[in-house]
Design a protein around this ligand. Structure first.
Ligand code: DLL
Length: 433
C-alpha cells in the first residue's frame, strides 16, 4: 500500500530531476530572503548562480545547530512571521532552545511525509493509534496526531506519561498501534504486566512506531517478544519538522522522501562526502520547507545510506539504524564508545533485563572509570552471590571484546533503575560535573 504511489515509485532519474530543480530554487530563495544565508554563502565564496546541478551541492556551506542558537529565535527564518502558523522548540537543556517555525505548507508537507511513512508500515484508517509521544513544543505528539488524523486513523491523543491510564485505555479503546519512544514502550509493557495485563493476549495492539532516541535491534526483539507486536523505527528531528520517516514493512532502513529532502553522509571530522554504505554523519538539505529551510543541515546522527530499490517498491533512499549522535560518543580512556554499542552487547545476554545506566567518573589517579548498571532479567532467577559475580564477569568480558575498554559491571534487581516516559537518559557523566 502507498499513500502517494506516483511519487513514492518515481525513478531515480525523475527524483534527481526534482531535486535539482528544487535545490536551485532553494539557494535562490535563501540568498534573497535570509541575511543569515546570504552572509554564509558570501563567506564560503559561493553564489546561487554556481549551483547548476546536484554535484554542486558540496560547494554550499553546512548549517549547524549552533547557527540556529546564534540567531535565536527567528534569525534564520526565510518568511515573515505573519506566514508562520506554528512554532515547535527543542528542550534547550544544553543551551538556548532552537525554535522551528512552520508555514501552512510546511505543516502540509510534514503531514504528507509522515502519512507516506505510516502507510508504508501498514497503518490505515482501520487503526486506532495511541499517541504516547509528548504533545506540546516537542514535535512527536502533534506530528503523529496530524498525520494519523489525515490518514483517517482514530487518534487517542494521550501524550506521554500516566502509564496506568495508557494501559487501561489501550485495553478499553482497542488501540491497535502505539507511537512512543522505545524506552517508554519497555516501561509500559512492564507496567502492564504488573497490572495483570498481558499486551499480547489482552489487547488488540499489533504495531508500535518507536523513535526519537537511538535503539538497537536487540531492543526491537525484546519489545516484540514481550508484547507480540511489530516494532517499526521512526526518525526525524525538530529542525527538519519532527517525526518524518519510518521503516516500511521490509524493515530494512528508513525511507527518506527524496522529493523533499536531499541526503548526504559526510565524514564528521572533515565534512567530505563518504561513499555509499559507508558510515558517517547524516546531512540533510530541505527542498520543500518554507519558514526554516536548511541548507546542508548537520543532523549529528551517525548512520549510512542505501539507495538501491527497496523490496517494497519505493525508490527513495534509506538510512540505516543510527548508531547515535556524534556528540553522544563517549571517550573513555581514549577509546570511542557509543552507548548504542553497549546496549547491543547487553541485550544479547539473556540473563540481562532491558534497563541499564552508564556512569562515567574520574578516579583519584586521573583515569576514567565506566560503570554499567544493568538489571537482571525478570525471567531468570539467580540467587547466589557467586552466580551474580559470574554474570557480572561474563558481561564485562563481552563488553571488553566489543568496546576495547573495561567497564565495571553491577547487576541490580529488576525494577530498580530509572524508567523514562520520553527520551531515555542513560548516561551520567560525572567527569563533567
Ligand atoms: O525526536 C523528532 C521525533 C519525534 C522523531 C518522534 C521520532 C519520533 P528532536 O527532539 O529534535 O526530534 O531530536 C532529534 O533524536 O537527531 C536523533 O539523534 C534522535 N532520533 C530521532 N529519531 C531517532 C531514531 C525528535 N529513530 C534527535 N533512532 C535526532 C535514533 C533518533 N535516533
Amino acid at each position: 500500500m502507498y499513500w502517494n504511489p506516483a511519487i513514492e515509485r518515481l525513478s531515480r532519474e525523475e527524483l534527481e530531476e526534482i531535486q535539482e530543480r528544487r535545490l536551485k530554487a532553494l539557494v535562490n530563495t535563501v540568498y534573497e530572503y535570509s541575511p543569515f544565508y546570504r552572509r554564509r554563502f558570501k563567506d564560503a565564496g559561493v553564489h546561487p548562480s554556481e549551483i547548476k546541478s546536484l554535484d554542486d551541492l558540496s560547494k554550499l556551506p553546512f548549517t549547524k545547530k549552533q547557527d540556529l542558537r546564534d540567531n535565536y529565535p527567528f534569525g534564520t527564518f526565510c518568511v515573515p512571521l505573519s506566514q508562520v502558523v506554528r512554532f515547535h522548540a527543542s528542550s534547550g537543556t544544553t543551551g538556548k532552545p532552537t525554535v522551528v517555525g512552520y508555514t501552512a505548507n510546511d505543516i502540509r508537507n510534514w503531514v504528507e511525509s509522515l502519512c507516506r511513512a505510516l502507510v508504508s508500515c501498514g497503518v490505515s484508517s482501520e487503526d486506532i493509534m495511541q499517541i504516547a509521544y509528548g504533545y506540546g513544543l516537542f514535535t512527536g505528539g502533534l506530528g503523529f496526531h496530524y498525520a494519523a488524523e489525515r490518514l483517517g486513523s482514530t487518534v487517542v491523543p494521550i501524550s506521554a506519561g500516566n502509564t496506568a491510564r495508557q494501559v487501561e485505555l489501550m485495553k478499553d479503546l482497542g488501540t491497535t498501534v502505539i507511537a512512543c519512544t522505545p524506552s517508554y514502550m519497555l516501561y509500559l509493557s512492564e507496567y502492564a504486566e504488573e497490572m495483570g495485563v498481558d499486551i499480547a493476549n489482552d489487547t488488540n495492539l499489533r504495531a508500535g512506531i518507536f523513535g526519537a532516541e537511538p535503539w538497537s535491534e536487540e531492543t526491537r526483539k525484546r519489545i516484540e517478544d514481550k508484547t507480540g507486536i511489530l516494532a517499526y523505527d521512526v526518525y526525524g528531528t525538530s529542525e527538519l519538522s519532527g517525526p518524518l520517516f519510518t521503516e516500511c514493512t521490509e524493515r530494512n532502513g528508513v525511507h527518506i522522501w527524496a522529493d523533499m529532502f536531499i541526503t548526504e553522509i559526510v565524514d564528521p571530522e572533515t565534512g567530505e562526502q563518504v561513499g555509499e554504505g559507508e558510515k558517517g554523519e547524516l546531512v540533510v538539505t530541505t527542498i520543500s520547507k518554507e519558514a526554516l529551510p536548511l541548507v546542508r543541515w548537520r543532523t549529528g546522527d551517525i548512520t549510512y545510506m542505501e539507495s538501491d530499490k527497496c523490496g517494497c517498491g519505493r525508490t527513495h533512499p534509506r538510512i540505516m539504524r543510527t548508531l547515535g549522535r556524534a556528540d553522544d560518543m563517549l571517550i573513555v580512556r581514549g577509546v570511542n564508545v557509543f552507548p548504542s554499542q553497549i546496549e547491543h552487547v547487553l541485550l544479547q545476554i539473556p540473563e540481562v533485563g532491558e534497563h541499564y545506566m552508564i556512569i562515567l567518573d574520574r578516579r583519584d589517579d586521573g583515569l576514567d572509570e565506566m560503570t554499567i548498571q544493568v538489571e537482571l532479567s525478570d525471567r531468570v532467577s539467580i540467587d547466589t552471590t557467586s552466580d551474580i559475580l559470574n554474570l557480572e564477569k561474563k558481561i564485562a568480558e563481552r563488553l571488553k571484546s566489543v568496546l576495547n575498554v573495561w567497564a565495571k559491571v553491577e547487576v541490580v534487581n529488576p525494577g530498580t533503575l530509572q524508567r523514562f516516559e520520553g527520551k531515555a537518559k542513560r548516561v551520567i557523566d560525572k567527569r563533567k560535573i
